[in-house]
Design a binder for this molecule. Structure first.
Ligand SMILES: [Zn+2]
Length: 562
């Protein structure tokens, strides 16, 4: 019963429209293609098949059906993905089939309860009064904002939350620990957060995945100013962005995201109507954060603390963004030390700096030059040794040249001198080169290409003995044997292979598929003869090989398809 419902849901939704909501897809032959949402790439190798209802990335290997996509992309678990798709398909799920909640959903629920509880203590309970006054009067965060961001207060008491969750909500300590909210030491139970203002961190769908706690002044210097939930099954710091659940719609509407460091920076910006922001909770962007943000925009304006350009980690973060195809600019906050300060002191200035954000490399060059005396030889040397590694890391050669010229002009040096300094820098190996590495064409991949082309052009050829004899790869032999025209009837592993072959993006571009089939057939046939010759050392085989080769060159070799 349950399985047939899964099939029913699957048959009523279209993978192209579901994935199309998140990834921009364009038609490519009989398939669709787009930029892979699972790895960073600049040219599309992510393919979706309407016919087979599957997707496959030829860059990172990620692939599957519409359920797999939602599980991987949205972090849903199967029951959640099923519910989500059943809603779209208008299928009523039989209760009891798949509705037992998963571990993740339980952890979302616990974090959600904790956030609400702390919010209640801040807003409606006498114990939160001082904290509330601090937020309202000193941080200038108003009640509406406190509500929108679900801000809370954890009193300085080691068991307030754990008592509430265990006694009132009947949740076990083990689960609360798993959710990252208590630590169990020996026989003691300690709420992770106490005496702190609480900022719940949510995923893009609004599930509370973690909490961040900030000390109230004067604070206790022995514990950190900020603490966060630890990594849990639902919280991975490096792939979450604070505020995204609330600000993603504004980011889409504005066409860019303002990137700030901390929660307070984001909230202060939000309050003065800069709502298209996210906080990275640190000074460096990570790969996972770039991927998450790229769902909504590829335009970024950094509004970070004024000294961020001097931090090596920030530069790495910017390179991650650039490699992922983002256009990065910087809002120069002038004398203000961070977005929180400028939002309060001079909101108009802040907004103007966002509208007139400068390209990231100009910003880095200008701020480095301002640190040293560029009239002196020593100053020039310092500037050059800070900037050349950065310029060397710019991928795009045209952009790089532009900045080499700029730096040369600023230092009153020759372009050649600056360029040669940049060239001396060893650029660390980049992962991306893997993708562009030329594919080695092995005999197996030649066989695969042949089968793929035949599947696209003339499947009946698969039964041709000339073809069958040339194929040596076991999985392809089985595919030839079992394929009867309907891929959906194939056993799972052959169906997967079929999908992988027919979705291959390169072959969509082959202008003359029939010619291509003939070419590959010839190459394989030549190979086969050569193999035979090597094995037997038979003179005759050698002669056949030579003749085939000659025929091949003169175009006389037997045509398999015309
Ligand atoms: Zn990929």
């Amino acid at each position: 019963m349950a399985d047939s419902q899964v099939e029913e849901v699957k048959s009523k939704v279209d993978i192209v429209s579901i994935i199309g909501e998140h990834v921009q897809l364009t038609k490519a032959g009989s398939n669709f293609r787009g930029l892979c949402p699972f790895h960073s790439e600049k040219s599309p190798s992510f393919m979706v098949s309407e016919e087979l209802q599957i997707y496959k990335c030829f860059g990172c290997g990620e692939g599957g059906d519409v359920f797999t996509f939602l599980e991987k992309y949205e972090g849903m678990e199967f029951p959640e993905a099923l519910k989500y798709l059943a809603d779209i398909a208008g299928v009523k799920l039989v209760s009891g089939s798949y509705d037992n909640s998963s571990e993740k959903e339980t952890l979302f629920e616990i974090n959600n309860l904790a956030a609400k509880f702390y919010n209640f203590l801040l807003v409606s309970h006498p114990i939160g009064k001082a904290a509330l006054n601090y937020l309202l009067d000193e941080r200038k965060i108003n009640l509406d904002t406190i509500k929108i961001f679900n801000i809370g207060f954890a009193p300085a008491n080691k068991n307030v939350l754990s008592d509430f969750l265990t006694k009132k909500k009947k949740i076990s300590l083990k689960e609360i620990e798993k959710a990252g909210l208590v630590s169990l030491k020996g026989k003691g139970v300690y709420d992770r957060f106490n005496g702190r203002v609480i900022f719940p961190i949510s995923d893009q769908r609004g599930n509370v995945i973690a909490l961040a706690g900030r000390q109230l002044p004067p604070g206790n210097p022995r514990s950190g100013k900020y603490i966060n939930s630890p990594e849990t099954p639902i919280y991975h710091k490096s792939s979450s962005l604070y505020g995204i659940n609330i600000t993603k719609e504004f980011i889409k509407k504005e066409g860019f995201a303002v990137v700030v460091e901390g929660e307070i920076d984001l909230i202060a910006s939000f309050q003065i109507d800069i709502k298209n922001a996210v906080a990275i909770k640190g000074s460096a962007f990570t790969d996972g954060q770039a991927r998450l943000l790229s769902r909504y925009t590829k335009e970024v304006v950094m509004a970070l603390d004024s000294d961020f350009a001097g931090v090596a980690a920030s530069i790495r973060g910017i390179k991650i963004l650039e490699d992922a195809g983002f256009n990065v600019r910087v809002a120069k906050l002038g004398k203000y030390k961070d977005p929180d300060e400028v939002a309060k002191a001079n909101p108009e200035f802040y907004k103007e700096k966002i509208s007139n954000a400068v390209p990231i490399w100009d910003f880095i060059i200008d701020s480095t030059i301002a640190k040293f005396d560029k009239e002196e030889a020593a100053g020039k040397k310092n500037i050059s040794s800070e900037l050349t590694p950065i310029l060397a890391g710019i991928n795009n050669k045209i952009v790089q040249e532009h900045y080499i010229n700029k730096l040369a002009k600023l230092l009153e040096a020759s372009v050649e001198a600056v360029a040669s300094e940049v060239e001396k820098v060893e650029v660390p190996h980049r992962e991306e080169t893997k993708e562009s590495e030329k594919k080695v064409i092995t005999k197996a991949s030649r066989e695969e290409t042949l089968i793929t082309l035949i599947l696209k052009v003339k499947p009946s050829l698969l039964k041709d003995k000339k073809i069958v004899d040339l194929i040596k790869t076991p999985v392809l032999i089985r595919l030839i044997e079992e394929f009867d025209g309907d891929p959906k009837k194939l056993p799972k592993e052959l169906f997967d292979k079929f999908g992988e072959l027919t979705l291959s993006p390169e072959l969509e571009d082959a202008s003359d598929l029939k010619k291509e089939i003939n070419n590959i057939y010839r190459l394989l046939a030549l190979d086969a003869t050569l193999d035979k010759y090597k094995k037997t050392k038979d003179k005759k085989a050698s002669l056949i090989y030579q003749k085939q080769h000659k025929d091949f060159d003169s175009g006389e070799f037997e045509r398999i398809i015309s």
